[in-house]
Design a protein around this ligand. Structure first.
Ligand SMILES: *[C@@H]1O[C@H](CO)[C@@H](O)[C@H](O)[C@H]1NC(C)=O
Ligand SMILES: *[C@@H]1O[C@H](CO)[C@@H](O)[C@H](O)[C@H]1NC(C)=O
Ligand SMILES: *[C@@H]1O[C@H](CO)[C@@H](O)[C@H](O)[C@H]1NC(C)=O
Ligand SMILES: *[C@@H]1O[C@H](CO)[C@@H](O)[C@H](O)[C@H]1NC(C)=O
Ligand SMILES: *[C@@H]1O[C@H](CO)[C@@H](O)[C@H](O)[C@H]1NC(C)=O
Ligand SMILES: *[C@@H]1O[C@H](CO)[C@@H](O)[C@H](O)[C@H]1NC(C)=O
Ligand SMILES: *[C@@H]1O[C@H](CO)[C@@H](O)[C@H](O)[C@H]1NC(C)=O
Ligand SMILES: *[C@@H]1O[C@H](CO)[C@@H](O)[C@H](O)[C@H]1NC(C)=O
Length: 777
């Protein structure tokens, strides 16, 4: 029995000895050294904290850690951003300094300390250098990511998170004790207002405020005169736990506690934020944070790829090239909408003036510097790449309008768009089959589409985007919901006109590739029985294509609402031109306008699939585009106002002063009624006056009579005062007008004939002079 006992004792003593190979001291004296090689380090008197080399990556760092607990918890590291030391390193206390010697040379551990006489690790976890008995340096003054009870963060003091749990170099987040008394968390590199993501709300506390941690676990802010001005957490301590407050790698500042016995783990007592996406900058450039089961995940916007699939936090880069202003090589621009994602923008970026999403998009489209726009609550802000500090908004109101362009690439990106494009192409083909009006344009489009289709898919998508911008929208009438148009017109605020059929508003619609300003006419008094009728009429109007007709882009048939969406003519109507702004257009320009209108009417009467009688030709219904072309508006609408079934024009009245005599006689209305109105308007245009005017001599008040008299007296030049016009040409035009305003509809020429007469390619007989006097308006 004695032998094993002896053996046990011997063994125990050996173990005891082995464990004491290194007698720990809390102080290091000049001349002595520590080394990772023989596992030598300092221990505080209670044994709670240790100072020395600890393992880091494939080498060692010098720091302070909790010694009594199994989870290695480092609270401070010297020169955290330096590469690790090698195993053969020695920490020497020599010549009043702490230096680390390695094979490759030596390095001063703590800069700026030259005459220390001793160094100790205290039971608080503070490592202190003394000169004589005065403290000349302490680790509590230079925290890394943690403060301990008794330690304080003074003005300008900050804690910076580690890169990761295994990499203690300076990471992405910091918490700063500001001079204004506020304790604020920021992303590293963006310590400016607007980027802070948590604060103690003590910004009026003044200078000298410090963050303190008490031994009972209370985190609080103390002002310069020593008062607790704000307790950050509530103390809830049973037993005698150990505390530390750390800014973690995820950017959240947390107070931890744990029991001083060896079992158990760190418990979070308090944290600055609950939502792990809240720390600004958690996700890298161009990526945004989304919470998935409470955990943050960094995602790339469409057409962006992760810089590194393995490290999604590093951010994303765009998978397209964008030359926003050049539009070279068929490059097209498009927008992706990311709903509920937001990015923090620098204040230096433009605040756009747009109040609607559509205008916001448009403003970005026009601005070459704009890579994306952030739209929220009627505010629109420009963003530039790289987008920073993205996250999914909890409210979901913010919309990112991301300008993209160029080639498609990358799996999964752009898929959403492809079916739509294919459908669009079908639209083009179908419409081209049914349309005879716009055969030529469509053949070109279809041919381009077909050729491109036969080449590569990518190319065809590009060309289609281009087509979409220019032509495709012209052939496919879009059906809108009332809500869409309400949105497009900003709730019908911008009224630009009122006509026989309804009120016209300015609006902005997106067509997938961008935006365009449109004129939206809200119809009143429509009497078509049903949706099919309405759509048939829309189709009839929609397939008209002529450069002298205002183009219908879409319509809305929604409940009782009937709206038409037209291309927007920013120069307004001919009436605005002549009678409101009183712009002087020269003789040639006026003849050109007359010709434009004649050609447009001719198309409606004779070249279109279904003949369209306008019924309300007048200067208010002729719009001017930005190149000065006149275009006829409101055509095809008369039918929508016709009483049930009859399909005759009897119930309709044009505008007084322009209507043909047959309107008053209950005779059938034919295209010749338009010819009459055209004639009246022709006189107005060439003479630059209204068809009826009061403040002129009586014989001039009714223009048709005045023209007739002048023509009869061979004095047409009297019709245009203060203007030189070529008399013979002027006379020709006047003759055309007189023919158009013949009393008998059958005597009036067709618009085809009118066009030829105006162009000067046919002879114009003298109009029968007696008949025109009957034409009183
Ligand atoms: C540990 O190693 C270093 C360097 O090799 C040496 O200077 C020091 O005295 C050693 N410490 C102990 C307690 O043996
Ligand atoms: C230590 O050196 C600093 C200058 O480096 C000096 O100001 C200070 O007085 C010195 N302390 C002692 C105790 O010698
Ligand atoms: C630790 O992070 C820094 C900064 O991101 C990096 O430069 C360094 O390579 C990382 N170290 C390791 C071992 O990953
Ligand atoms: C600190 O706070 C106390 C109590 O609120 C106040 O009386 C004192 O003036 C403050 N000191 C400073 C320097 O602001
Ligand atoms: C150690 O702490 C844990 C958790 O606080 C407690 O459950 C356990 O009873 C403690 N053990 C001892 C020996 O004090
Ligand atoms: C944009 O608006 C914000 C306030 O909403 C302002 O702080 C900022 O200076 C503005 N930026 C520019 C460039 O005007
Ligand atoms: C939107 O902005 C206006 C002022 O620009 C403000 O009064 C309103 O409260 C904001 N609404 C929301 C939901 O933020
Ligand atoms: C886009 O991504 C694909 C694969 O994901 C890659 O092959 C291609 O080079 C990328 N293009 C650009 C412009 O980054």
């Amino acid at each position: 029995m004695a032998f094993p006992l002896l053996l046990l004792l011997l063994l125990l003593s050996f173990v005891f000895k082995a464990a004491n190979v290194q007698p720990r001291s809390s102080t290091i004296e000049p001349g002595s050294s520590l080394s990772p090689n023989n596992n030598s380090y300092l221990l505080s008197e209670s044994g709670e904290f240790a100072f020395g080399f600890y393992r880091y990556e494939n080498g060692y760092s010098v720091g302070i850690w909790f010694e009594n607990i199994p989870q290695k918890t480092v609270v401070w590291t010297a020169n955290r951003d330096d590469p690790p030391f090698t195993v053969d390193s020695t920490l020497l206390f020599t010549e009043g300094r702490l230096i680390v010697r390695q094979k490759q040379g030596q390095k001063v551990l703590i800069d700026g300390v030259a005459n220390a006489t001793s160094a100790s690790v205290l039971d608080s976890g503070n490592f202190v250098l003394y000169s004589s008995s005065a403290t000349i340096w302490q680790s509590f003054g230079y925290p890394t990511d943690t403060i301990l009870p008794g330690q304080r963060l003074v003005v300008e003091g900050k804690l910076v998170s580690d890169v990761s749990d295994t990499n203690h170099t300076s990471g992405k987040f910091l918490i700063l004790m500001q001079g204004d008394g506020n304790l604020v968390q920021y992303p590293v590199g963006a310590v400016e207002s607007g980027f802070g993501y948590w604060n103690s709300e003590t910004y009026t506390a003044g200078n000298g405020v410090s963050l303190n941690l008490e031994s009972d676990g209370l985190l609080y802010l103390q002002n310069a005169s020593g008062f607790n001005i704000k307790s950050i957490n509530k103390v809830n301590a049973l037993g005698k736990p150990i505390y530390r407050a750390t800014i973690d790698t995820d950017g959240i500042f947390r107070l931890y506690s744990r029991s001083s016995n060896r079992s158990g783990d760190w418990i979070t007592e308090w944290s600055s934020l609950d939502n792990k996406c809240d720390p600004v900058g958690l996700c890298g450039e161009n990526s945004y944070c989304v919470l998935m089961e409470g955990e943050p995940v960094c995602q790339c916007p469409p057409r962006f790829n992760y810089i590194d699939e393995e490290q999604k936090g590093l951010g994303c880069r765009k998978n397209y090239s964008l030359d926003a202003c050049m539009r070279k090589n068929d490059q097209t621009l498009d927008f992706f909408e990311l709903t509920g994602s937001s990015w923090k923008a620098s204040d230096a970026y433009l605040n756009f003036t747009s109040r609607t999403k559509n205008n916001c998009r448009m403003e970005c489209l026009r601005n070459c510097d704009c890579d994306a726009a952030l739209y929220n609550n009627q505010s629109c802000k420009m963003l530039k790449l790289p987008l920073r500090f993205g996250r999914k908004e909890t409210s979901g109101d913010t919309i990112t309008l991301l300008k993209i362009g160029g080639e498609f690439a990358g799996p999964g990106t752009g898929k959403r768009k492809r079916p739509r494009k294919r459908k669009l192409r079908m639209d083009i083909l179908i419409t081209s089959l049914v349309s005879t009006c716009s055969m030529l344009a469509l053949i070109v489009v279809a041919a381009i589409g077909f050729l491109k289709y036969r080449s590569r898919v990518r190319e065809y998508e590009q060309i289609l985007q281009t087509v979409n911008n220019r032509v495709a929208e012209d052939v496919a009438l879009k059906s809108f919901t009332f809500e869409e148009l309400k949105d497009a017109t900003n709730n019908f605020v911008d009224e630009i006109g009122k006509g026989a059929y309804g009120t016209v508003f300015r609006g902005v619609i997106s067509n997938g590739n961008g935006e365009r300003t449109v004129a939206i006419k809200r119809l009143e008094k429509v009497v078509t029985e049903g949706e099919r009728d309405f759509k048939n009429e829309m189709r009839a109007i929609g397939i008209t294509h002529h450069k002298n007709l205002v183009r219908l882009l879409g319509y809305c048939y929604d409940g009782t609402n009937r709206l038409l969406v037209y291309e927007y003519m920013k120069n307004g109507s001919l009436a605005d031109f002549f009678f409101i702004s009183k712009l002087k257009i020269n003789w040639e320009g006026r003849v050109e306008i007359v010709l434009n209108i004649a050609r447009g009417l001719c198309y409606l009467h004779e070249e279109c699939e279904t003949q369209i009688i306008h019924c309300d030709i007048k200067p208010e219904n002729i719009l001017m585009d930005d190149k000065g072309n006149a275009k006829i508006a409101d055509f095809g609408l008369a039918k929508l106002l016709m009483p049930n079934q009859s399909k005759t024009y009897t119930g309709i009245r044009g505008t007084r002063g322009y209507v043909a005599p047959e309107w008053h006689q209950n005779l059938a209305i034919t295209v010749k009624a338009d010819v009459y109105s055209f004639g009246i308007m022709l006189f107005e245009i060439v003479c630059c006056r209204r068809s009826v005017e009061a403040d002129v001599p009586e014989n001039e008040q009714v223009l048709t009579h005045w023209v007739y008299d002048c023509f009869k007296a061979n004095e047409v030049e009297k019709l245009v005062r203060n203007e030189e016009v070529p008399k013979s040409k002027f006379e020709r035009i006047v003759k055309v007008g007189l023919w158009c305003t013949q009393y008998e509809a059958s005597s009036r020429p067709s618009m085809k004939k009118v066009t030829l007469m105006l162009e000067g390619t046919v002879n114009i007989p003298d109009p029968p002079l007696l008949s025109s006097c009957v034409n009183s308006p």
